[in-house]
Design a protein around this ligand. Sequence first.
Ligand code: DGJ
Length: 741
Amino acid sequence: MHRRFAARFCSFACLASLATTACAQRPTDAIHVDDVSHVFRIDAGDMTYEFGVNEDKRLQTIYWGEHLSEKDHPQSPKASQGMSSFDSSRNTTPQEFGAWGGGLYVEPDLKITFPDGNRDLDLRYVSHSMHDGVLSVQMKDISLTVVVTLQYKVDDATGIVGRRALIENGTGKPFIIESASSATWNLPRGTNYILRYLSGRWAGEWTVNDQNVKPGKTILESRRGTTGAQNNPWFSIRRNDTTEENGEVWFGGLAWGGSWQIAVEQDAVQQVRVTGGYNPFDFGYHLKAGATLETPWFYAGHTSHGLGDASRRMHRLEMDTLVPHAPHEKLRPVLYNSWEATEFKVDEAGQEALAEKAAAIGAERFVMDDGWFGARNNDHAGLGDWTVNPQKFPNGLKPLIDKVHSLHMDFGLWVEPEMVNPDSDLYRKHPDWALNFSGRPRTEGRNQLVLNLAREDVRQYVFTFLDKLLTENDIAFLKWDYNRNWSEPGWPAVAPEEQKNVYVDFIHNFYGILAELRKKHPNVEIESCSGGGSRVDLGVIGLTDEVWPSDNTDAFDRLRIQNGFTQAYAPGIMMAWVTDSPTWVNQRTLSLPYRFLSSMQGSLGIGANLTKFTPEELNTSQKMIAEYKNIRETAQRGELYRLVYPTDGSEEAVTESVSRDKQQAVLFTFLHSSTELYPYPRVFLRGLDPDRIYSLSSIYGKASDETPASATGSYWMHHGINIELRGDFQAAAFVLQGVSH
Ligand code: DGJ
């Protein structure tokens, strides 16, 4: 007999991971538990995930892939017998969550040092239950009262499963957790896999890397105290014949903005495992008697429809389930940001002049960036002193905010709450608030130090100043920046054995502040920025409305950056500004329409110095913004097809977004450089309704003369369109609008 349970995702309250609280879940029958065979089966979004309790009472993965028929009855898993004295059963069995002990050599999910010196741990199944749509499976050590609860939830639409572990100390004494992961995902055994991951650095984020999965281990990680740009906590693994549109892909992301690790391992029996959670480097969580450590949610899914579909499933999960107001998050307004125009030289008159121009071209939000507070005239001073600079704004922020409102825009403000310049009143008063090791140097980055947000007094300070700012001023939006990574992560105010808790407690307080601010100021939207794209992950996405992918605003570089970003994250949260040309980044000159079309593939912003724009440039901007408003829902919420990657020697880049109801599609085409008289390759659309008639209109640029004004979706997908693009750095974009059925 089957007892059926249900599970479903909910939004940011759950994601904050602090919140195991109120989250209304709609029951479905996605999770099935067979009480006889002790097999747990999840069926959702054309995917089946199965695991069960084996004869050793360990939890073992059975299957993860394309949906299996209901007619196939679950079989209890059998532990592997091992290969030899070198590769024991514990190593060759695909465990759901393997504790370190008994000679485990593959990546452990949990490793603990107990006060008596014992470090052996052996978790066995005890019980399971359902609560608020989450399946909880409890395991316990063979003798010690260490209880680990594995939690599972599933998103019906995408089949993406969320997993995490709760580690409870019932031993009566504190112990040190040396490593803790959220989950291990076991793929079908095999050697024909390619791992895709994202790497980068400041102004060069989101590089797509592909490599064969070979025997041994690949570590994706951040040791920086924050998400980082060097790797992003996302992976995809595909069969080696999988393409953008066909074939199997297993993919996922970790909802954690602190130091993290994802290990991709092919073991002795060619089992591929993906283990993700807290980074074990310098980890050592002191768990008091009776306390519980939660690991972050680790989400993962499967598709048989290629890399493009894997991305689209992630996008859907983010937009429909994870973002704070999911599934009803507001469309991103067209914003203006002052940073590239003025840098730190902000004042009332200068900002008002920019605001007038921004409103005239159609911006809906005006954001004042860095420089408005304390003694902030450059990046050497002022961080931490969050009072309005009286020279720049003698009457406070109100006159500027009123002006922005009178221009029918809302007002946004830049903050960097977790940082302090040594040259600030805050640091002079509280030097102990910065992360530090007693008596050791304090390494600065951009002339600043990181405040230890794990401290209750620092948490209070940060929450209080932000709350005051939002209470006293009519602010609709915060750009929350974070411009360096950690160094000397000491916490001298607590006992030495508790100092490493900073890796977890800091992030929990960061999430806690965001959640509390959102609750108190429900209409305020927040952008996560970290000198560009160093803080983009599924954790922060649950608490912020958009993210800043890179400080690199060169519209050509952005094609590559956006191609990498959208592997994992939705265009609906991806801010993209149109900035001045030549760009500060590469001194490359690009036409204004090219710059607009590059940015219009995501959530459009303007970051140029509009006071220097000619009347003609202002006119073009106004026209392009009006065009964007007509297609923004499709660009932000639609299904994204990356038709031609801008990388790997390609001279073109093409993306297409199709609205959820397939009534509209928007096509963006770019040419880097014409060669040898070749015409632009014909573009074949995807994802349209084959029988529906779509009219074609141009946002900018021309299709070839023989192109019909309207045709069926089938025609556009199979016959394709010839686009008239020639020269260097050219761009064109088109709208396909459904006219009948
Ligand atoms: C880094 C951000 O990424 C920029 O957009 C800008 O806000 C600066 N910080 C301000 O200091």
